[in-house]
Design a binder for this molecule. Sequence first.
Ligand code: ADP
Ligand code: MG
Length: 342
Amino acid sequence: MNEKRTEIADLGEFGLIDRINQHISLQNLTSLKGIGDDAAVIDIGAENLLVSTDMLVEGTHFDLSYTPIQHLGYKAVAVNISDIAAMNGKPEQIVVSLALSNRFSVEAIDALYEGIQSACKNYNVDLVGGDTTASPSGLVISITAIGRVKKNKTVLRSGAKANDILCVTGDLGAAYLGLQVLEREKEVFQANPNMQPELEKYDYVVGRQLKPEARMDIIYELEEKNVVPTSMIDISDGLASELFHLAKNSKTGIKIFEDKIPVDSMTYDTAIEFKVDPITAALNGGEDYELLFTISPTDFEKLKNYPDIHFIGHTHDQPHQHLMITKQGTAVPLKAQGWKHF
Ligand code: ADP
Ligand code: MG
């Protein structure tokens, strides 16, 4: 017998999720949105319940040789809160599951939970349960976040219309360059343990990698300005990849302007030092946990003076045409590389 074996790498993460999704049909009327958005949307009457889960695996997502374990706890919560924010929702509870080996002391787990609790306090969420189990080696943290949003304020990836304005919060590419700095310092340290890591010069980018924040501040700002985005996603895999998700789900095309992509000056300098194009880092870097959303042009006035929201382009009615206008004024096709873990 010659059974066919397909490598996961051939499908990739998104291909695999699509394949799983093909065989899933929703049976309950309360399951309003299943696989395919930042969080599932569940009908609970007057409001919608939001549920999202994310897992961090030692060796794949983090390296404890340069990650303070408190920060890891904080980050594990923040990345889940970010997915609730991406639905325009407010988080209320988390559950935390751990698999850990005997390499970890009780004190290390105390420190992990200090970070988790600090994030809970910051985002105003309650830790209400979880699970603890042994792992043959390494640490796995899986967190599920639960939140709520009003029915008419629920924002999916699929709501953008042609000629909506594409908005990005904060700045991009920093977390990727922070990781490059940390990896380099690790190598230097391994080669010569007497060398002290030289991180001060890179504090902003390293901080963005080790201790990202979910942009709940933007969700409150949008509420205050009475703006409901037409679509939204959080930027976990790089701007380009997330633009493709929005475009595919909303069946629109994308046009962005290179000179509008927000890049911090330390990110820029670090990119040059690492011989990386800063725009490539912003488009494909990942782990920024900023928000990408679209607004109707009629809402532009309400947001135009808000310093942390950048207007990078617009959608249009050619669903498969995704372009970036370069600083020189030429149109180039957008490419999504994203993170490849497989
Ligand atoms: P995000 O980057 O926002 O966390 P992902 O890319 O991880 O989103 O997931 C995209 C969608 O696929 C989400 O709706 C998520 O719930 C779903 N998903 C991911 N992995 C699985 C899985 N193994 N089984 C079912 N659904 C999954
Ligand atoms: Mg997401």
